[in-house]
Design a protein around this ligand. Structure first.
Ligand code: NG6
Ligand code: CA
Length: 504
């Protein structure tokens, strides 16, 4: 791996001016740029301008695309959060781990502390590593005492610094955790969390609708925090509770501070934003900004945060020495359990773009997401249709930083990431709530699955059918024409490839 990397660098240096310029800046910058992953929560393929949205304005994300490389076939491994994040950080297909499902706030740490991870690999390469934002990969080993140092967590799987929410914005505990300690915790107001039973005397969304400023549509009727009913029960920690409308600014400040406090070593920052996941709570500066209700407003807010973050990189003189990767953990959902006007104000906006399905779905919109890479002066800018998955970042960034790692699922696609070639993955397993499908070349094959064809509550087609489904997504991006009968040989080839990977 190391040899081919050096060869490619030499070759790249001979061929491209930008690589020559990089060479002048020295080996450090070229091999060890700072690395930032900006990871959105439930942002759809069609939610940003660079991917065709017109109703929502996202100038800062569009700028990343205009000055970087925009992938049209970039994938999360899964159509929900926890499995996608597991794959991003470990480079392993999440369906290999039976516990890689949407986790409650009390779940134990999903990543084995002995496992290879992206931050560990980069630490080995000399990086200072940090995570700011949504975690949702479990904490502790079983019963967590939220009033003590919470461990193991991000700091035990490779992050030098962590400032996180444990699970999701709609799940308790609704507090920030910095390096294992609840921020603002007070000894005389201890925090208790339970996902099965309420604490005596605590109001819930179910019993006390009059206390709510946001109504629940499905689920989300347990403890009330800031007038918003959540999933799970929480007692105590009054002063530690976050203010939902300030969350974006809090994470932005922590992300920028992490960058500004850098020392001589390069940094890796995993900036895991919470938008546009429910509950959508834009800061008042952004309320009403999109005309599409809070879902649109928090996308505008997130875009602004990205602009402010990029400005920090620029002001610190780091644009040329930082590779920024932007993506989302899964596809979009309009109604994910609260009445928040997202459905009523959607208008012509199509969060899923030209694709079928959305969050929770095995159809394309579940896993195909915005995927943009920017590295000023180094990357070949433009649009790439190579198939690439977030799981591939482990092996690709290992190559970039000259680390030898063992990986089977994660592919080294560094040259694809930098726009030097269009030869991406040939095969990729896609996952939706433990069901899997295969993308190979221009084709997608979905095996038969029991269960409803549509999740009526969220109004999304899930991909279940009694029969095999086979689509040519180059000709039929919207997966409307099932070619199972017309292309029996292709179907057989796809089933064989699928079973070979899944080990049937
Ligand atoms: C679901 C929640 C949904 C969201 C999702 C996790 C209900 C009815 N729905 O169980 O609102 O929280 O979990 O989303 O509770 S994810 O992006 O973190 O995967
Ligand atoms: Ca998500």
């Amino acid at each position: 791996m190391k040899q081919s990397r050096i060869f490619n660098l030499l070759l790249g240096g001979l061929l491209s001016t930008s690589a020559c310029q990089m060479a002048e800046q020295g080996k450090e910058v070229r091999n060890h740029p700072n690395i930032v992953i900006i990871y959105m929560d439930d942002l759809g393929y069609g939610d940003v301008g660079a991917y065709g949205a017109t109703a929502i304005k996202t100038p800062n994300i569009d700028r990343l695309a205009a000055e970087g490389l925009r992938f049209t076939n970039g994938y999360a491994t899964s159509s929900t959060c926890t499995p996608s994040r597991y794959a991003l950080l470990t480079g392993v297909y999440p369906w290999r781990n039976k516990d890689a499902k949407i986790l409650p706030g009390t779940a134990p740490l999903l990543i084995d502390t002995q496992q290879q991870t992206l931050p560990k690999m980069l630490k080995q390469a000399g990086y200072r590593t940090g995570v700011v934002g949504k975690w949702h990969l479990g904490l502790g080993v079983g019963h967590v005492d939220w009033n003590q140092r919470i461990t193991p967590g991000p700091n035990e799987v490779g992050f030098d610094y962590s400032y996180i929410m444990a699970a999701t914005q709609d799940r308790v505990p609704t507090v920030f955790i910095e390096n294992g300690k609840v921020v603002g915790a007070e000894a005389d107001d201890p925090i208790d969390i339970d996902y099965h039973q309420n604490f005596e005397g605590e109001p819930t969304g179910l019993d006390h609708p009059e206390l709510l400023r946001m109504r629940w549509h499905h689920g989300h009727n347990n403890s009330i925090v800031n007038g918003i009913p959540r999933i799970g029960f929480m007692k105590g920690g009054e002063k530690a509770k976050w203010i939902d409308e300030n969350m974006a600014d809090t994470f932005l400040t922590k992300a920028c501070t992490f960058v500004k406090e850098r020392q001589s070593e390069p940094f890796f920052l995993y900036y895991a934003m919470h938008q546009p996941h429910v509950p959508r709570t834009p800061n008042p500066r952004f309320a009403g900004s999109s005309g599409l209700g809070p879902r649109g407003d928090v996308i505008v807010e997130a875009d602004w945060c990205i602009g402010a973050f990029m400005k920090t990189l620029e002001d610190e003189g780091l644009l040329e020495s930082t590779i920024v990767i932007f993506s989302s953990d899964n596809g979009p959902v309009v109604n994910d359990g609260y009445y928040d006007d997202a459905v009523e104000k959607l208008g012509d906006h199509r969060p899923w773009g030209p694709l079928r399905g959305g969050k929770y779905s095995l159809y394309e919109a579940g896993t195909r997401v915005p995927f943009i890479v920017q590295w000023k002066g180094r990357i070949n800018t433009g649009v790439s249709d190579a198939v690439i998955c977030q799981m591939d970042l482990l092996a690709s960034l290992a190559d970039l930083t000259a680390q030898d790692i063992e990986s089977s699922d994660s592919r080294n696609l560094l040259q694809v990431l930098l726009g030097d070639t269009n030869q991406g993955r040939n095969e990729l397993i896609l996952e939706a709530s433990s069901r899997t499908a295969l993308r190979k070349g221009d084709w997608v094959m979905i095996p038969p699955y029991n269960g409803p064809t549509r999740n009526e509550q969220v109004n999304i087609e899930l991909g279940n059918s009694d029969e095999y489904q086979l689509y040519n997504i180059k000709d039929d991006a919207g997966q409307q024409i099932n070619l199972t009968e017309a292309e029996p040989e292709k179907l057989k080839e796809m089933i064989d490839s699928y079973e070979a990977i899944r080990g049937h």
